[in-house]
Design a protein. Structure first.
Length: 403
């Protein structure tokens, strides 16, 4: 019996089944960390027997899960924000309501429902994924109007969960954390990757497809749309341009050739491709576009390093780094709260927005075999001990049953 099956039996035996609602602005197949986390939580909670329902904004591509419900909200929306007054009455029959923050247009009505006791006996949990950032006038207006509401909502909620308290302590709600410390709980995310499922023939086929010979592979996985502007792709491309110059400066002639593989898609991809062309890196940088989830394992298997050069605190964790570590791959992440926690002892941190520092760190890992092996061993151990979905769900259910 697997650890996951034992976990399921434990919960079915000890806990009553509950009706649980998860509220999130975007949901798979849309590519984004908040949606992926919500999916993993809901799917695994449903496997323990609880009645799970997801409320999310309407989208073109829809999932049809077997063991939980999805309610798509048709409403006036602006990007990942949407006006959702129906939450004033649609949530009253749930035992647990978990809001994945930020979600402009939903959190305001949930606050009203909580304040005026429209949720009956429902318990409210906020999963604080990240600070909300405003890049256009409408979002700035929403941010101003919702900040006071947010503070009151956080005071009214029963628990506030986060994957990293390092992030919370440095976030916009750090004062709330200081004042209501007992409400906060850290539950790190897990990895949904399974290296044992990788077939070498598929990896070899992928290498041929990407025209990879003996190059060392740097991997980036993430959305290339405006909503994920903070991922740092331009910094990574600039670092690729600077690595040959760095080698010349150091007088190095025998370092391995490198290739950057960028997995993901979005409206910013054309801008990134123009940057690559302008830097004459067409032979060193490959854009794969959007890929299927079950293909991702082959990219992690073939890469040498996975990099997340995020530029702002909008990046609060870095699931892709955990996934890469599952395969024993060293990682590089920005020195940002939350992200630096995930890097841990399995790689190097870099200054946000500093392509020179990134180029140096990439070169260091690729050329120091002893360092590379140490990072690789630490990566596997850290995932096993800390970043585990079974442990995550067990702790989350303990919270559900004790609030």
């Amino acid at each position: 019996m697997t650890q996951g099956e034992e976990c399921v039996r434990f919960f079915i035996f000890y806990f009553d089944f509950m009706k649980i609602a998860h509220i999130v602005c975007r949901f798979p197949p849309y590519s984004g960390g908040m949606g992926v986390v919500t999916y993993e939580q809901v799917k695994r909670l449903a496997e323990t027997g609880h009645q799970m329902t997801v409320f999310t904004l309407n989208q073109k591509e829809k999932l049809e899960p077997d063991n939980f419900k999805i309610k798509y909200i048709k409403t006036l929306r602006f990007g990942n924000a949407g006006i959702c007054p129906s939450f004033l009455w649609r949530l009253r029959n749930f035992d647990i309501i978990q809001l994945h923050y930020p979600f402009y247009g939903a959190q305001e009505f949930i606050w009203l429902a909580k304040k005026f006791k429209l949720l009956k006996s429902s318990k409210l949990i906020i999963w604080y994924h990240m600070d909300a950032t405003a890049r256009n006038l409408f979002h700035k207006i929403l941010q101003l109007s919702s900040w006071s509401i947010q503070k009151h909502l956080l005071k009214l909620t029963d628990k506030i969960c986060s994957a990293s308290l390092d992030y919370v302590k440095n976030s916009k709600i750090k004062e709330i954390f200081k004042k209501y410390n007992e409400k906060f709980v850290e539950i790190p995310f897990g990895s949904n990757q399974h290296p044992e499922e990788v077939e070498q023939s598929q990896v070899d086929e992928l290498k041929n497809k990407l025209h990879i010979k003996s190059e060392k592979i740097i991997l980036f996985v993430g959305g290339l749309d405006s909503a994920h502007y903070f991922k740092g792709v331009p910094i990574l491309i600039d670092a690729m341009k600077k690595i040959p110059k760095l080698r010349d400066k150091l007088g190095v002639r025998d370092h391995p050739n490198i290739k950057l593989v960028i997995v993901g898609d979005g409206n910013l991809r054309n801008d990134y491709e123009r940057q690559v062309a302008g830097s004459n890196l067409q032979n060193q940088v490959v854009f794969t576009g959007r890929i299927k989830f079950d293909e991702l394992k082959n990219y992690y298997a073939l890469c040498d390093i996975t990099v997340l050069p995020a530029t702002t605190s909008a990046e609060a964790f870095g699931l892709v780094l955990i996934e890469a570590k599952t395969y024993g791959k060293p990682v590089i992440g920005s020195d940002l709260p939350g992200v630096r926690d995930v890097v841990g002892q399995s790689g190097l941190i870099v200054k946000p927005g500093d392509s020179n520092d990134l180029a140096e760190k990439i070169e260091k890992i690729l050329t120091d075999k002893s360092l590379y092996n140490n990072f690789s061993q630490s990566a596997i151990q850290e995932v096993k001990e800390k970043y585990n979905w079974d442990k995550h769900i067990k702790k989350l259910l303990e919270i559900y049953n004790t609030i």
